[in-house]
Design a binder for this molecule. Structure first.
Ligand code: GN1
Ligand code: MG
Length: 369
């Protein structure tokens, strides 16, 4: 922690760093909460960007600047009648006035402000909470719906492009880095075999012009949303490294995948993994309240496919990483990515079993006219 404290000091112009604590449970970057002793200087978030995953971290900083300026402008002039706080974390400069710090080992660090009087949850707590979660995503999409995609870089090439994950899986399976023929491994291969044909559904729709590129968040788990300590309303969306051009369906699908799974991504109680459709209804209700103004007929038509695909994709990503020897996601033990993959494939089965209900919820909530 001494080394990290030294890095933290680079972002403090007055006062001392008194403590640095590990923060959150991200699978990619290392995140810390830095406590500073000077009154008037707020505690802040320090992150070491994983440059294996994000090989061009300066693009993240560029996007963050463009995004923040745009959103703050929209909040000022956009005619929003929000009746709530909505905060965007700020990039904090180093003592030298830069947006990031590169240490002697060439590691890339950046600091962002901590949104005051807020808290987050790892799982959705109630129907109201689910509605707030959807509301936050809808507001996020709304605020960037007029941000020109060309002004934002691709910080993570191939992210959420499901056919590319399928290729990576095929490659990892063929290279046989990890030889294991357990029932769980066979189950994963089988799950992929049965669904390979659906992998390109969103990319095909994009190519055919049915779905258009927007600015997306990229990682819409509920623990990336901050809630107000006083009102418990959603007040900020954090983890902005993957804010970049993409399909809003990646976000909607991923939001339902991540947040309608009460047992969570890390469970090993595989037989009880299920998709909680009533939560999906509440999330979509909240989402449509803010997104109704820019969604098209085709956008609605592909929502079910997105939920199924993004869940299958996450299984594919975990399993391909397992087969490749755990090079992308952080793991706590040798079978961790395999177990995570099984959870996602079980969740995919549960989504497929409820296709009719889900489609009718979407049709039901869709504004008529
Ligand atoms: C990664 O590190 P974290 O938890 O913010 C991943 C997401 C996955 C998620 C699964 C850049 O996000 O795509 O959905 O793990 N982020 C990246 O928990 O790959
Ligand atoms: Mg993330």
């Amino acid at each position: 922690m001494n080394k990290i404290r030294k890095v933290a000091e680079q972002f403090v112009s007055s006062g001392n760093v008194v403590n640095v604590d590990e923060f959150g449970n991200g699978n990619i970057n290392d995140t810390y909460l830095v406590h500073v002793d000077d009154q008037g200087i707020e505690n802040f978030i320090l992150q070491q960007i994983n440059t294996y995953v994000f090989p061009r971290p300066k693009l993240i900083i560029h996007n963050l600047r463009t995004f923040t300026e745009h959103v703050n402008q929209r909040l000022k002039n956009g005619g929003f009648n929000l009746n709530r706080r909505w905060d965007v974390p700020k990039i904090l400069p180093t003592r030298a006035g830069a947006d990031f710090y590169v240490d002697a080992q060439d590691s890339f660090w950046r600091a962002i402000s901590f949104v005051k009087h807020s808290h987050s949850y790892d799982t959705v707590q109630s129907m109201d909470h689910a509605r707030e979660t959807g509301y936050a995503l809808g507001l996020f999409h709304n605020l960037v719906s007029d941000l020109d995609s060309k002004r934002m870089h691709d910080t993570l090439v191939g992210y959420h492009i499901a056919p590319q994950y399928l290729q990576q899986y095929d490659h990892a399976a063929a290279s046989q880095t990890r030889i294991n023929d357990s029932p769980l491994v066979r189950y994963c291969h089988q799950s992929i075999r049965e669904r390979r044909d659906l992998t390109s559904i969103l990319e095909d729709a994009k190519k055919q012009g049915h779905l258009k590129t927007h600015i997306i968040h990229g990682d819409t788990k509920v623990n990336n949303i901050l809630f107000c300590d006083k009102t418990d309303q959603a007040i900020s969306f954090i983890d902005l490294d993957t804010v970049k051009p993409g399909l809003i369906h990646y976000d909607i699908g991923d939001c339902l995948r991540a947040n309608c799974n009460p047992l969570g991504e890390e469970t090993t109680d595989f037989d009880n993994v299920h998709f909680e459709t009533p939560l999906a209804r509440s999330i979509l209700e909240g989402y449509f309240a803010n997104a109704g103004t820019f969604l098209t007929e085709n956008d609605y038509a592909f929502i079910f496919d997105a939920v199924r695909l993004l869940t299958f994709e996450q299984g594919l990503r975990f399993f391909a990483d397992y087969l490749a020897g755990d090079i992308y996601f952080k793991v706590k033990h040798a079978e961790h990515n395999l177990e995570r993959a099984v959870v996602q494939f079980k969740l995919t089965e549960s989504i497929e079993a409820q296709e009719k209900e889900l489609r009718s919820i979407i049709a039901d909530l869709k504004p008529s006219g």
